[in-house]
Design a protein around this ligand. Structure first.
Ligand SMILES: Cc1ncc(COP(=O)(O)O)c(C=O)c1O
Length: 365
Protein backbone atom coordinates (compact mmCIF):
# COMPACT_ATOMS: atom_id res chain seq x y z
CA UNK A 1 0.00 0.00 0.00
CA UNK A 2 1.38 3.41 -0.95
CA UNK A 3 1.26 5.95 1.88
CA UNK A 4 1.72 9.60 0.90
CA UNK A 5 3.52 12.00 3.23
CA UNK A 6 0.46 14.26 3.16
CA UNK A 7 -2.73 14.21 1.08
CA UNK A 8 -3.88 17.71 0.14
CA UNK A 9 -6.10 16.35 -2.63
CA UNK A 10 -8.08 14.28 -0.13
CA UNK A 11 -8.45 17.27 2.17
CA UNK A 12 -9.78 19.29 -0.78
CA UNK A 13 -12.24 16.57 -1.84
CA UNK A 14 -13.66 16.45 1.71
CA UNK A 15 -14.49 20.17 1.71
CA UNK A 16 -14.69 20.77 -2.04
CA UNK A 17 -17.96 22.69 -2.08
CA UNK A 18 -16.74 25.08 0.66
CA UNK A 19 -13.46 25.79 -1.13
CA UNK A 20 -14.99 26.10 -4.59
CA UNK A 21 -17.68 28.43 -3.24
CA UNK A 22 -15.12 30.58 -1.46
CA UNK A 23 -13.00 30.99 -4.59
CA UNK A 24 -16.06 31.71 -6.75
CA UNK A 25 -17.12 34.47 -4.36
CA UNK A 26 -13.76 36.22 -4.64
CA UNK A 27 -13.92 36.11 -8.44
CA UNK A 28 -17.52 37.35 -8.43
CA UNK A 29 -16.59 40.26 -6.15
CA UNK A 30 -13.30 41.12 -7.90
CA UNK A 31 -11.74 41.03 -4.44
CA UNK A 32 -8.31 39.85 -5.55
CA UNK A 33 -5.98 42.02 -3.50
CA UNK A 34 -6.91 42.72 0.12
CA UNK A 35 -10.64 43.52 0.44
CA UNK A 36 -13.37 41.94 2.59
CA UNK A 37 -12.12 38.35 2.41
CA UNK A 38 -8.69 39.35 3.70
CA UNK A 39 -10.21 41.51 6.46
CA UNK A 40 -12.50 38.65 7.48
CA UNK A 41 -9.68 36.10 7.63
CA UNK A 42 -7.53 38.43 9.73
CA UNK A 43 -10.36 38.78 12.25
CA UNK A 44 -11.13 35.07 12.28
CA UNK A 45 -7.52 33.98 12.63
CA UNK A 46 -6.82 36.48 15.44
CA UNK A 47 -9.78 35.05 17.30
CA UNK A 48 -8.74 31.43 16.64
CA UNK A 49 -5.25 31.94 18.09
CA UNK A 50 -6.29 34.28 20.94
CA UNK A 51 -4.44 37.26 19.43
CA UNK A 52 -5.55 40.90 19.53
CA UNK A 53 -4.27 41.82 16.07
CA UNK A 54 -3.59 39.73 12.97
CA UNK A 55 -1.89 41.22 9.93
CA UNK A 56 -1.84 38.92 6.95
CA UNK A 57 1.08 38.91 4.55
CA UNK A 58 2.46 37.00 1.60
CA UNK A 59 4.15 34.12 3.45
CA UNK A 60 5.71 33.06 6.76
CA UNK A 61 9.13 34.30 5.69
CA UNK A 62 7.87 37.84 5.13
CA UNK A 63 6.09 37.59 8.47
CA UNK A 64 9.45 37.16 10.21
CA UNK A 65 10.90 40.08 8.27
CA UNK A 66 7.94 42.35 9.11
CA UNK A 67 8.18 41.47 12.79
CA UNK A 68 11.87 42.28 13.01
CA UNK A 69 11.61 45.42 10.93
CA UNK A 70 8.81 46.68 13.21
CA UNK A 71 10.93 45.86 16.26
CA UNK A 72 13.61 48.09 14.68
CA UNK A 73 16.35 45.55 14.34
CA UNK A 74 19.49 47.27 13.06
CA UNK A 75 23.02 46.44 11.90
CA UNK A 76 25.20 45.33 14.80
CA UNK A 77 22.29 43.72 16.66
CA UNK A 78 22.34 40.03 17.47
CA UNK A 79 19.22 37.87 17.43
CA UNK A 80 19.26 34.46 19.09
CA UNK A 81 17.50 31.56 17.43
CA UNK A 82 17.56 27.79 17.26
CA UNK A 83 20.05 25.68 15.31
CA UNK A 84 17.18 23.44 14.19
CA UNK A 85 14.67 25.17 11.90
CA UNK A 86 13.83 26.10 8.35
CA UNK A 87 16.24 28.70 6.95
CA UNK A 88 13.64 31.52 6.93
CA UNK A 89 13.95 31.92 10.68
CA UNK A 90 17.65 32.76 10.44
CA UNK A 91 17.75 34.37 6.98
CA UNK A 92 15.22 37.04 7.94
CA UNK A 93 17.42 38.04 10.89
CA UNK A 94 20.14 38.85 8.37
CA UNK A 95 17.75 40.54 5.92
CA UNK A 96 16.39 42.71 8.72
CA UNK A 97 19.98 43.87 9.30
CA UNK A 98 21.10 41.86 12.34
CA UNK A 99 23.29 38.80 12.94
CA UNK A 100 21.78 35.39 13.72
CA UNK A 101 23.26 33.70 16.80
CA UNK A 102 22.40 30.01 16.90
CA UNK A 103 21.64 27.95 20.00
CA UNK A 104 21.50 24.20 20.34
CA UNK A 105 18.23 22.32 20.95
CA UNK A 106 17.41 20.63 24.26
CA UNK A 107 18.05 17.09 23.01
CA UNK A 108 14.45 15.97 23.59
CA UNK A 109 11.82 18.29 22.09
CA UNK A 110 13.75 19.61 19.03
CA UNK A 111 13.20 23.14 20.39
CA UNK A 112 15.74 25.71 21.58
CA UNK A 113 17.55 24.98 24.87
CA UNK A 114 17.01 27.86 27.35
CA UNK A 115 20.42 27.15 28.92
CA UNK A 116 22.05 27.69 25.54
CA UNK A 117 20.18 31.01 25.21
CA UNK A 118 21.62 32.20 28.53
CA UNK A 119 25.13 31.39 27.32
CA UNK A 120 24.61 33.17 23.98
CA UNK A 121 23.49 36.56 25.33
CA UNK A 122 25.91 39.46 24.73
CA UNK A 123 25.51 43.23 25.07
CA UNK A 124 24.45 43.24 21.39
CA UNK A 125 21.56 40.78 21.84
CA UNK A 126 18.19 42.40 21.12
CA UNK A 127 15.80 39.48 20.81
CA UNK A 128 15.09 35.76 20.76
CA UNK A 129 13.19 33.78 18.13
CA UNK A 130 12.08 30.40 19.46
CA UNK A 131 10.52 28.05 16.93
CA UNK A 132 7.72 25.72 18.01
CA UNK A 133 9.22 23.08 15.78
CA UNK A 134 7.12 20.27 14.32
CA UNK A 135 4.17 21.60 16.36
CA UNK A 136 5.60 21.29 19.87
CA UNK A 137 5.90 24.54 21.86
CA UNK A 138 9.34 25.66 23.00
CA UNK A 139 9.88 26.17 26.75
CA UNK A 140 8.11 29.54 26.90
CA UNK A 141 8.26 30.10 30.68
CA UNK A 142 12.03 29.83 30.65
CA UNK A 143 12.42 31.81 27.43
CA UNK A 144 10.18 34.66 28.61
CA UNK A 145 11.99 34.78 31.97
CA UNK A 146 15.35 35.14 30.19
CA UNK A 147 13.92 37.74 27.81
CA UNK A 148 12.39 39.79 30.62
CA UNK A 149 15.55 39.65 32.70
CA UNK A 150 17.67 40.94 29.80
CA UNK A 151 15.02 43.24 28.28
CA UNK A 152 14.88 41.35 25.00
CA UNK A 153 11.92 40.98 22.69
CA UNK A 154 10.62 37.55 21.68
CA UNK A 155 9.19 36.63 18.28
CA UNK A 156 7.55 33.21 18.27
CA UNK A 157 7.90 31.38 14.97
CA UNK A 158 4.58 29.50 14.89
CA UNK A 159 4.84 28.38 11.25
CA UNK A 160 4.44 24.74 12.31
CA UNK A 161 2.35 25.18 15.43
CA UNK A 162 -1.18 26.50 14.72
CA UNK A 163 -3.28 25.95 17.89
CA UNK A 164 -0.42 24.43 19.94
CA UNK A 165 -0.51 25.30 23.63
CA UNK A 166 2.00 25.77 26.43
CA UNK A 167 0.49 25.34 29.91
CA UNK A 168 -2.92 25.81 28.32
CA UNK A 169 -2.02 29.12 26.67
CA UNK A 170 -1.86 29.34 22.89
CA UNK A 171 1.55 29.71 21.33
CA UNK A 172 2.00 33.09 19.71
CA UNK A 173 0.61 34.93 22.73
CA UNK A 174 3.79 34.93 24.83
CA UNK A 175 6.15 37.13 22.82
CA UNK A 176 5.84 40.61 21.31
CA UNK A 177 4.96 39.17 17.91
CA UNK A 178 4.28 35.72 16.48
CA UNK A 179 4.62 34.67 12.88
CA UNK A 180 2.59 32.09 10.96
CA UNK A 181 2.96 30.37 7.62
CA UNK A 182 0.00 29.03 5.67
CA UNK A 183 2.12 27.22 3.10
CA UNK A 184 -0.17 24.54 1.59
CA UNK A 185 1.23 21.65 3.64
CA UNK A 186 0.99 23.46 6.98
CA UNK A 187 -1.69 22.46 9.53
CA UNK A 188 -3.69 25.40 8.18
CA UNK A 189 -2.63 25.73 4.57
CA UNK A 190 -3.64 28.02 1.71
CA UNK A 191 -3.64 27.02 -1.96
CA UNK A 192 -0.50 29.01 -2.57
CA UNK A 193 1.75 31.12 -0.37
CA UNK A 194 0.29 32.95 2.62
CA UNK A 195 1.37 34.11 6.07
CA UNK A 196 0.53 36.36 8.99
CA UNK A 197 1.90 38.12 12.02
CA UNK A 198 -0.09 38.41 15.23
CA UNK A 199 0.54 40.69 18.18
CA UNK A 200 -1.13 42.15 21.23
CA UNK A 201 0.58 45.51 20.70
CA UNK A 202 -1.47 48.05 18.71
CA UNK A 203 1.53 50.19 17.73
CA UNK A 204 3.47 47.19 16.42
CA UNK A 205 0.35 46.03 14.59
CA UNK A 206 0.02 49.36 12.82
CA UNK A 207 3.71 49.47 11.97
CA UNK A 208 3.68 45.94 10.52
CA UNK A 209 0.53 46.75 8.53
CA UNK A 210 2.25 49.76 6.99
CA UNK A 211 5.46 47.85 6.29
CA UNK A 212 3.55 45.12 4.47
CA UNK A 213 1.62 47.64 2.35
CA UNK A 214 4.26 49.85 0.80
CA UNK A 215 4.70 51.84 3.99
CA UNK A 216 1.25 53.36 4.31
CA UNK A 217 -2.27 52.71 5.53
CA UNK A 218 -3.87 55.01 2.96
CA UNK A 219 -3.12 54.76 -0.75
CA UNK A 220 -0.38 57.17 -1.92
CA UNK A 221 0.40 58.23 1.65
CA UNK A 222 3.69 56.42 2.31
CA UNK A 223 4.73 57.15 5.89
CA UNK A 224 7.74 54.86 5.66
CA UNK A 225 9.40 52.66 3.06
CA UNK A 226 7.64 49.32 3.11
CA UNK A 227 7.48 46.21 1.01
CA UNK A 228 4.68 44.57 -0.96
CA UNK A 229 3.65 41.60 1.14
CA UNK A 230 -0.09 41.13 0.78
CA UNK A 231 -2.36 38.18 1.24
CA UNK A 232 -4.59 37.88 -1.80
CA UNK A 233 -8.34 37.50 -1.60
CA UNK A 234 -8.43 33.94 -2.92
CA UNK A 235 -5.95 32.68 -0.35
CA UNK A 236 -7.83 34.50 2.40
CA UNK A 237 -11.14 32.96 1.31
CA UNK A 238 -9.58 29.48 1.15
CA UNK A 239 -8.09 29.96 4.62
CA UNK A 240 -11.43 31.17 6.01
CA UNK A 241 -13.09 28.08 4.55
CA UNK A 242 -10.52 25.79 6.16
CA UNK A 243 -10.19 27.53 9.54
CA UNK A 244 -13.42 26.12 11.04
CA UNK A 245 -12.02 22.61 10.43
CA UNK A 246 -8.64 23.27 12.02
CA UNK A 247 -9.51 22.12 15.55
CA UNK A 248 -10.92 18.82 14.26
CA UNK A 249 -7.93 18.30 11.95
CA UNK A 250 -5.59 19.02 14.85
CA UNK A 251 -7.33 16.44 17.03
CA UNK A 252 -7.06 13.91 14.20
CA UNK A 253 -3.30 14.54 13.97
CA UNK A 254 -2.99 14.07 17.74
CA UNK A 255 -4.93 10.78 17.54
CA UNK A 256 -2.74 9.61 14.65
CA UNK A 257 0.34 10.45 16.73
CA UNK A 258 -0.99 8.22 19.54
CA UNK A 259 -1.35 5.35 17.08
CA UNK A 260 2.24 5.81 15.88
CA UNK A 261 3.51 6.15 19.47
CA UNK A 262 1.87 2.88 20.51
CA UNK A 263 3.00 1.03 17.42
CA UNK A 264 6.56 2.30 17.25
CA UNK A 265 7.81 2.82 20.77
CA UNK A 266 8.63 -0.83 21.45
CA UNK A 267 10.67 -1.16 18.27
CA UNK A 268 14.41 -1.31 18.86
CA UNK A 269 16.36 1.81 17.83
CA UNK A 270 13.22 3.89 17.19
CA UNK A 271 12.82 6.98 19.39
CA UNK A 272 9.29 8.37 19.12
CA UNK A 273 8.72 12.12 19.64
CA UNK A 274 8.62 13.06 23.31
CA UNK A 275 6.21 15.74 24.45
CA UNK A 276 7.43 17.77 27.42
CA UNK A 277 5.00 18.22 30.36
CA UNK A 278 2.49 21.04 29.96
CA UNK A 279 2.91 21.24 26.19
CA UNK A 280 0.27 20.40 23.61
CA UNK A 281 1.85 19.14 20.41
CA UNK A 282 -0.13 19.66 17.18
CA UNK A 283 2.02 17.29 15.10
CA UNK A 284 2.62 19.32 11.99
CA UNK A 285 5.28 16.65 11.64
CA UNK A 286 5.65 13.29 13.36
CA UNK A 287 9.41 12.95 13.56
CA UNK A 288 11.23 9.93 14.94
CA UNK A 289 14.94 9.43 15.57
CA UNK A 290 16.72 6.36 14.22
CA UNK A 291 20.47 5.60 14.22
CA UNK A 292 20.31 4.18 10.66
CA UNK A 293 18.03 6.88 9.30
CA UNK A 294 19.22 6.84 5.69
CA UNK A 295 18.72 3.08 5.35
CA UNK A 296 15.31 3.30 7.01
CA UNK A 297 14.27 6.05 4.59
CA UNK A 298 15.37 3.92 1.61
CA UNK A 299 13.44 0.94 2.96
CA UNK A 300 10.25 2.95 3.54
CA UNK A 301 10.44 4.75 0.20
CA UNK A 302 11.12 1.49 -1.69
CA UNK A 303 7.93 0.11 -0.13
CA UNK A 304 5.77 3.06 -1.13
CA UNK A 305 5.89 5.11 2.08
CA UNK A 306 6.86 8.73 1.57
CA UNK A 307 9.05 10.38 4.21
CA UNK A 308 10.77 13.72 4.73
CA UNK A 309 13.82 14.93 6.62
CA UNK A 310 13.21 18.29 8.26
CA UNK A 311 16.03 19.23 8.04
CA UNK A 312 19.06 17.31 6.74
CA UNK A 313 21.50 20.07 7.70
CA UNK A 314 21.24 22.07 10.92
CA UNK A 315 21.17 25.82 10.23
CA UNK A 316 24.71 26.62 11.49
CA UNK A 317 26.16 24.18 8.96
CA UNK A 318 24.37 25.42 5.85
CA UNK A 319 26.66 26.93 3.22
CA UNK A 320 24.81 30.21 3.81
CA UNK A 321 26.38 30.39 7.30
CA UNK A 322 29.90 29.15 6.48
CA UNK A 323 31.11 32.67 7.32
CA UNK A 324 30.55 31.99 11.03
CA UNK A 325 32.82 28.90 11.02
CA UNK A 326 30.56 27.01 13.43
CA UNK A 327 31.88 23.80 15.01
CA UNK A 328 29.80 20.65 15.63
CA UNK A 329 30.66 20.67 19.35
CA UNK A 330 28.76 23.98 19.69
CA UNK A 331 25.50 22.22 18.71
CA UNK A 332 25.79 18.59 19.83
CA UNK A 333 22.04 17.86 19.87
CA UNK A 334 21.21 19.50 16.54
CA UNK A 335 24.24 17.77 14.97
CA UNK A 336 23.18 14.30 16.12
CA UNK A 337 19.55 14.97 15.16
CA UNK A 338 20.32 16.07 11.61
CA UNK A 339 21.60 12.53 10.94
CA UNK A 340 18.85 10.68 12.84
CA UNK A 341 15.55 12.41 12.18
CA UNK A 342 12.90 11.26 9.76
CA UNK A 343 9.29 12.44 9.53
CA UNK A 344 6.62 9.83 8.79
CA UNK A 345 3.35 10.39 6.89
CA UNK A 346 1.11 12.63 9.00
CA UNK A 347 -2.13 14.33 7.99
CA UNK A 348 -5.59 14.63 9.47
CA UNK A 349 -7.12 12.12 7.06
CA UNK A 350 -4.50 9.36 7.45
CA UNK A 351 -6.20 5.99 7.95
CA UNK A 352 -5.45 3.31 10.50
CA UNK A 353 -4.54 0.95 7.65
CA UNK A 354 -2.02 3.46 6.28
CA UNK A 355 -0.47 3.90 9.72
CA UNK A 356 -0.37 0.12 10.31
CA UNK A 357 1.49 -0.22 7.01
CA UNK A 358 4.08 2.37 8.08
CA UNK A 359 4.47 0.78 11.53
CA UNK A 360 4.82 -2.72 10.08
CA UNK A 361 7.47 -1.57 7.59
CA UNK A 362 9.46 0.12 10.37
CA UNK A 363 9.14 -3.04 12.47
CA UNK A 364 10.38 -5.25 9.61
CA UNK A 365 13.34 -2.93 9.06
C1 LIG B 1 9.69 27.11 11.11
C2 LIG B 1 9.36 27.84 9.85
N1 LIG B 1 9.58 29.17 9.79
C3 LIG B 1 9.28 29.88 8.70
C4 LIG B 1 8.73 29.30 7.59
C5 LIG B 1 8.48 30.13 6.38
O1 LIG B 1 7.18 30.09 5.91
P1 LIG B 1 6.85 30.30 4.35
O2 LIG B 1 7.24 29.04 3.64
O3 LIG B 1 5.37 30.55 4.35
O4 LIG B 1 7.62 31.48 3.88
C6 LIG B 1 8.44 27.92 7.62
C7 LIG B 1 7.77 27.24 6.50
O5 LIG B 1 8.22 26.88 5.51
C8 LIG B 1 8.79 27.17 8.76
O6 LIG B 1 8.57 25.87 8.82
Amino acid sequence: MAVPFADLQLQYQNIKSEIDGAIANVIRDNAFIRGPYVDAFEREFASAVDAKHCISCANGTDALYLAMAALKVKPGDEVITTAHSWISTAAMITHAGATPVFCDTDGVTFTIDPEAIKAAITPRTVGIIPVHLYGQPADMDEIMAIANKHKLWVIEDCAQAHLARYKGQQVGTFGAVATYSFYPGKNLGAMGDAGAVVTGDAALAEHMTMLARHGGLVKHQHQIEGINSRLDGMQAAVLSAKLPHLAVWTKARQEAAKVYDAGLNQIEDVVVPEVAPDRTHVYHLYTIRHPRRDELVKHLNANGVQTAVNYPTALPFLAAYARFKHRPEQFPNACVDQKRIVSLPMFAEITRAQQDEVIELVRRF
